[in-house]
Design a protein around this ligand. Structure first.
Ligand SMILES: *[C@@H]1O[C@H](CO)[C@@H](O)[C@H](O)[C@H]1NC(C)=O
Ligand SMILES: *[C@@H]1O[C@H](CO)[C@@H](O)[C@H](O)[C@H]1NC(C)=O
Length: 215
């Protein structure tokens, strides 16, 4: 991880801690106030001439800071303001056959948080931005059919189009796991789920595009 991202994450952690210790008498919902406060602080850490891939957090859900029009094009959910430059905190929630350019999004089974039992292919295309060098996946929930003798013979997730090509298939219960892989800028990466329907599957993967420090 590059130093700037670490700094960003650190400042995010600090901002959350500061924001949650501040309670004022405003009438706005708590999460809205918190989103705004956080972002006033976070933006000050990013030099103006850097590409901006800022994240925001609302009650444990990660969003991406972007223009309102871009959020609407992504069919994202408005979750507050990021401060500066009129950017909104946009929560992008995608499922099978989806496509996203957002630098932060969720890839979930259609019925999430419930499980699904349909047999199908379920790909998500992630359009990698021009300043992006890596993609991180946080498996917040990942319950697919299990390994058999160390091999995924039923459901599996394969990541296509990374810098190293395709990954080995992932299956089973990988809830809580995190992985980061290098990508080529301006490329398409596909999270390709093959789902056999039985047993039921449930997944929610947070997908984050990570900007490189070189421009
Ligand atoms: C999957 O793993 C998570 C975390 O280890 C655990 O909490 C959960 O109960 C597991 N789910 C199943 C169906 O075993
Ligand atoms: C899937 O959901 C159904 C209905 O909510 C539930 O009865 C079942 O136990 C779930 N299956 C798994 C594997 O979690």
């Amino acid at each position: 991880m590059d130093g700037r991202i670490k700094l960003l994450l650190l400042s995010l952690a600090i901002a959350v801690a500061v924001a949650s210790s501040e309670e004022s008498g405003e009438t706005k919902p708590r999460w809205m106030r918190r989103g705004r406060q956080m972002f006033t602080r976070l933006t000050s850490y990013v030099p103006r001439n850097r590409p901006r891939y800022q994240l925001c957090e609302v009650d444990g859900t990660m969003g991406a800071c972007m223009k309102d029009s871009v959020c609407r094009r992504e069919r994202g959910l408005f979750a507050g303001y990021c401060g500066g430059d009129n950017e909104v905190c946009c929560v992008v929630d995608k499922s099978c056959d989806g496509s996203t350019r957002s630098h932060s999004s969720y890839f979930r089974n259609p019925n999430f948080p419930k499980n699904d039992t349909e047999e199908r292919m379920c790909p998500l295309t992630v359009e990698v931005g021009r300043d992006v060098c890596a993609v991180r996946l946080n498996f917040e929930k990942f319950e697919l059919s299990p390994f058999t003798e160390g091999v995924c013979i039923g459901d599996h997730l394969t990541i296509l189009g990374t810098k190293e090509g395709s990954t080995t298939p992932i299956c089973g219960n990988m809830t809580g796991w995190t992985t980061t892989f290098a990508v080529k800028k301006n490329s398409d990466v596909v999270l390709a789920m093959v789902l056999q329907g039985r047993p039921a599957h449930t997944f929610s993967i947070r997908v984050t595009q990570i900007a490189s420090h070189q421009q």
